[in-house]
Design a protein around this ligand. Structure first.
Ligand code: SF4
Length: 412
């Protein structure tokens, strides 16, 4: 679509923009009044209590959760993701599919990730960009970003998620803002997955048009969090936990949450992710929450097999991920659920009608990986390497229509 210059815009466009800006300011003001989400909901004895509740789930609890009319409760979610619910998987799949089709139609929303930098000062034991890995570091210039943009636009993408490592000195607020302004000229929706920022920085980016912030807690288990995050600012569990709230307070329209499944018992991490989403929704009902289900993938320096072999049920298999998706959908009918190209093609094809609402496709996880530096080191390896047209064709055979653009910030 042709971009109209300011002089070509309809006479009331500026008035609308001003009204939107006032509307956003009002929303940010209202949002700033909400009390902090208490870390005690996730830390202290919370984990042990949830663990006991999970172990106590009965078949009747699962049946009750499935048949409950109206809004389901957090304990229903725990019952549906428990091992006791495994024999109900088919019933859950049918219910999840029906709810999703009723709420979202036969559509699948697509976005693309774009890595701008692999600079990082943190040591996370599961990540190829970890400061302890001796890799070539690079950060895209504007000219390089424009080459990546041209490639992605040619594929047909309109929603982009910009990612970096965490290096506030090399990839600070000035860089992020400059890139945001550049990307907003080409994409209808721009979100970021970068280092946690301060409230005033989120306000600044929001006023430049930032639509969403994704921030995964990785694991909600405090001791495990410390074990996997050995160096750098990311060691601060509480600061990371409060990041989504700071972003919502600034008026972000979309917040993405998730736990990196495989670090701690996946059922409990998922339970706490859902709690986090509910706490945010209670305070910021106009912000749309999405949930992702990233499983650990092979990465430089990661002993993945040890996580898979753990007796603590850290690592979910595909049937577990399917169960988790159905549990989320039945528990919360309107959540946006994202399945990335970490998962293999057949699995993504099979799940596309059953609960998921958003997918990435043709993804590269290295900076400049689409055009400029295709051989730079990946953050992790993707499992679905199909092109966008291959993925849309596959979901089309299941009766699903791809949606490349469903977002106009002016109407948010
Ligand atoms: S997960 Fe993020 S913060 Fe941790 S090493 Fe990787 S890029 Fe850096």
């Amino acid at each position: 679509m042709k971009q109209s210059s300011p002089s070509e815009q309809a006479p009331n466009a500026n008035a609308n923009a001003n009204a939107n800006s006032q509307h956003d300011d009002q929303r940010a003001l209202e949002n700033s009044k909400h009390e902090e989400i208490s870390p005690s909901l996730f830390a202290g004895t919370a984990w042990q209590e949830a663990s006991k509740q999970l172990a106590a789930v009965t078949k009747q609890d699962v049946q009750k959760a499935l048949s409950r009319a109206g809004q389901r409760r957090i304990e229903d979610f725990l019952a549906l993701l428990s091992p006791v619910a495994k024999p109900f998987l088919e019933t859950m799949a049918t219910l999840s599919r029906d709810i999703t089709r009723q709420r979202f139609g036969n559509t699948m929303r697509f976005f693309t990730p774009l890595y701008l930098s692999n600079e990082c000062h943190n040591e996370c034991t599961y990540c190829g960009f970890s400061v302890s890995n001796a890799i070539k570091r690079l950060t895209l210039t504007k000219a390089e970003a424009l080459r990546e943009i041209a490639f992605l636009k040619k594929q047909g993408f309109c929603h982009v998620l910009l990612l970096t490592g965490e290096s506030p000195h090399r990839v600070g607020i000035e860089y992020i803002e400059a890139m945001l302004i550049l990307f907003k000229q080409h994409f209808s929706e721009v979100s970021i997955e970068m280092q946690p920022l301060e409230s005033d920085e989120y306000h600044r980016l929001h006023s430049q048009g930032l639509d969403g912030v994704t921030v995964f807690q990785e694991t909600y288990h405090v001791k495990n969090y410390a074990k996997y995050h050995k160096k750098g600012l990311k060691q601060n569990y509480g600061y990371r936990l409060a990041t989504a709230q700071r972003a919502a307070q600034a008026g972000m329209a979309k917040i993405g949450l998730g736990a990196l499944l495989g670090l701690s018992p996946w059922r409990l991490d998922s339970y706490f992710t859902a709690m986090h989403a509910l706490e945010l929704e209670k305070r910021y009902w106009r912000t749309q929450i999405s949930i992702s289900f990233p499983r650990l993938r092979p990465a430089e320096g990661l002993a993945l097999e040890a996580h898979k072999a753990s007796k603590d049920q850290l690592f979910p298999d595909e049937a577990d991920i399917a169960q988790l998706i159905f549990a989320y959908r039945i528990f919360h009918n309107d959540l946006s659920l994202v399945l990335s190209s970490r998962e293999r093609p057949l699995f993504r094809n099979n799940l596309c009608t059953l609960g998921i609402t958003s997918m990435s496709a043709a993804s590269s996880t290295n900076p400049g990986g689409y055009v400029c530096y295709p051989d730079s080191l990946e953050q992790f390896s993707v499992n679905d390497k199909r092109s966008l047209s291959e993925v849309t064709s596959a979901i089309g055979k299941k009766g699903m229509s791809p949606v490349m653009k469903d977002w106009m910030p002016e109407f948010a």
